[in-house]
Design a protein around this ligand. Structure first.
Ligand code: WQD
Length: 341
């Protein structure tokens, strides 16, 4: 840990907390490509060192370590992007205390350090999990927020804190409600695989490379065309673009915003698996098992507001691109580690 290592002079400076993670590394890449001075703060509990870029400074630190946080924030930043959170919905229902401390207390530590150092702009990784069971589709930002899991609750509570910090301390925030993040950098510059993934696409990829035996399909008796769950998958490159656009929006308008980020397309579990078989050429065995508690049948976003406020539109989120870009990475890593199927 070397707080001196961050915040060097030159260009607009952004601190990306969680920038060694799956989404965070794509965000760091986008800000670097835009010419920002980037510093990544990450405790590497979920992030990977191989996701770090030579052009970005790096501090290994934890958002619960207020001394490190304060010394890094004291170096002066134009904005903070915060993606460091635990995100396993199922685990959050078994260990809520872990999510309270890391997601809520950790974020409050960041906000308090920002207030102390006069950093105004905060880009926050929120989630579609704030909505819970949909009462209508597609889901827009006016949809009721009734999270079904504690992870979604932590994200919604943080959004409420943000409104107070805006009112009382002049923070401007963008709360980006991701739907299902998927895919990898189309230019193949990010190779860090998620550790012990539970999400569908990385699970499919691990089966395709032979690290897992089969994909368990959590229920095929949903009221959907093929009976399996339908989700709105959005490419991480599209998500990264929205982080940059939302910062520019806040700087230009001095307003905060809360927007959905989704492709507006619903794809079923079996469609994902069939597409993966076609693109990878691998059999990808499956087993139909019971429904996973708390899973809605269908979740699809309305991203109209992000389009209106930011001019944002998903460009890489078609199912073939999602799977092809993920397969590029998994296949290369599995070849390199010799753990190929
Ligand atoms: C997708 C679909 C499963 C795995 C979660 C979080 C949400 C967000 C995204 C952070 C569902 C099915 C999955 C498997 C399966 N996280 N599935 N077999 O549950 O939509 O959303 O991740 O922001 O907050 O809740 O994503 O990838 O787990 O599931 O059949 O091995 O795939 O039932 O229909 P989910 P997921």
């Amino acid at each position: 840990m070397d707080p001196e290592n961050c915040g060097r002079i030159g260009g607009m400076k952004v601190l990306i907390i969680g920038g060694a993670g799956y989404i965070g590394s794509h965000v760091a890449r986008r800000f670097l490509d835009e010419g920002f001075r980037v510093c990544v703060l990450d405790n590497l509990s979920l992030g990977r060192r191989e996701n770090l870029f030579a052009e970005a400074e790096f501090v290994e630190g934890d958002i619960l370590d207020t001394a490190t946080l304060e010394s890094v924030l004291a170096r002066g930043w134009d904005a903070v992007v915060h993606l460091a959170a635990f995100k396993a919905a199922g685990e959050s229902m078994v260990k809520p205390e872990k999510y309270s401390v890391n997601n809520i207390t950790g974020t409050l530590n960041i906000l308090n350090a920002m207030v102390r150092e006069g950093v105004k702009y905060f880009v926050f990784s929120s989630s579609a999990a704030v909505y819970g069971e949909p009462s209508y589709l597609p889901i827009d930002e006016l949809h009721p927020t009734n999270p079904e899991n504690y992870y979604g609750f932590t994200k919604l509570e943080i959004e409420r804190f943000l409104s107070w910090y805006e009112k009382l301390k002049g923070i401007r925030f963008s709360a980006l409600r991701y739907f299902n993040a998927a895919g990898y950098d189309p230019e193949n510059r990010i190779r860090g695989l998620e550790k012990n993934p539970a999400n569908l696409l990385p699970v499919i990829m691990e089966v395709a490379v032979g690290w897992r035996e089969k994909v368990q399909v959590f229920g095929n008796d949903y009221p959907t065309p093929d009976g399996t769950g339908v989700r709105d998958y959005v490419h991480v490159t599209d998500l990264a673009e929205a982080h940059l656009q939302s910062l520019r929006y806040m700087m230009n308008t001095d307003k905060s915003l809360t927007v959905n980020l989704g492709s507006e397309q619903g794809i079923s579990v079996l469609q994902m698996i069939e597409t993966a078989r076609r693109i990878t050429g691998k059999p990808i065995p499956t087993e139909i098992v019971g429904r996973r508690p708390g899973d809605p049948a269908k979740l699809v976003a309305s991203a109209t507001l992000a389009g209106k406020l930011l001019g944002w539109k998903a460009r890489f989120s078609d199912v073939d691109t999602l799977i092809r870009t993920a397969w590029n990475v998994y296949n290369q890593v599995s070849q390199k580690t010799g753990k190929s199927s």
